[in-house]
Write a protein that binds this ligand. Sequence first.
Ligand SMILES: C[S@@+](CC[C@H](N)C(=O)[O-])C[C@H]1O[C@@H](n2cnc3c(N)ncnc32)[C@H](O)[C@@H]1O
Length: 315
Amino acid sequence: MPDRKRLVAFRVLGALPRGEQLLDLYRLRFGSLRGYNLEGQRGGLLEMVRLLRGAGRTVEDRDLVEIGTGWHPLLPTVFYGLGARTILMTDVARHVRREFIEDVLDYCLEHAQEIAEIVGRDEVTLKARWSSLRPGRHDWRDVWKDRGISYRAPFDLTHHRLPADSVDIIFSNDCLGYIPKVTLAALVEESTRLLRPGGCVAHDVTVYDDRIIYDRSIPSWDFLSYSEKEWQRVGNPRLHFQNRCRPAEYAQIAAQHGLRMLYEERVMFDLDEAKSLDRSNLHPDYRDLPAEEILCRHYLFAAEKPSSGPATKAP
Ligand SMILES: C[S@@+](CC[C@H](N)C(=O)[O-])C[C@H]1O[C@@H](n2cnc3c(N)ncnc32)[C@H](O)[C@@H]1O
């Protein structure tokens, strides 16, 4: 769909009370969820594995919380295969459907050998654990809950008081870039409260202008050419919000809430694409930033709640 029409559609649907569900129905019939290929999530899986390894963390026997599970819970399924004790999947909108659960399990079981190599675990154990998640005649939520995986949506972590010091890893993939800055700060603050001392957040953040998925004519950093006010008008409907935070801002928010950086990585655009950057097209707010803040695709970061005493908020 051309970008202007898409923007209008987002705005119209966003004004309706059940706009989010209507958008999902549209996506299922005509859009990105029609014939969805989970192969597209392999990059996210590889990055998350690299991120956790870089941070020196494993999920076995750990209590995990996911922010923004989305439609196909591939990471929670892989983490269950790896022996996570509990996984709470959360999302501000209810997107997961039974058929998506079946799709994820089919994908994992069909690609068990490759996934086993990626995560460094034996295929037989992974397959046995994934097979046990098959819902059969039952409600998938009951079957998953029996195995320690809960799904809460709509659920906003900042509005619910889960027990303090009760979680080992809070993770997300392709989610934080869609959250307004004030909510982001509240989420990091709440994460700090929820984490056990020594526990960590692990986030893989999309930091490019994702309108390129629908409009290949714009550069990946196009959204950085607008002032804040213009961006709210031209590119930021409620149902598809992008905060435009640069990698260093995520690191700063984490540090401000007392989290200590364990690992960070900027996954950059390739050189050819980077060559086409003309800084004079960028808004003055972004024009003078270092290249790695502008030409970044994904920002991966893991940061821990210090175990010596409570995390203190920096001024
Ligand atoms: C691009 S999708 C990514 C979904 C999934 N993690 C994946 O990798 O496929 C972003 C998800 O974040 C969710 N989301 C947006 N704002 C959120 C918030 N404040 N808290 C939790 N989830 C949020 C959206 O509903 C959506 O499911």
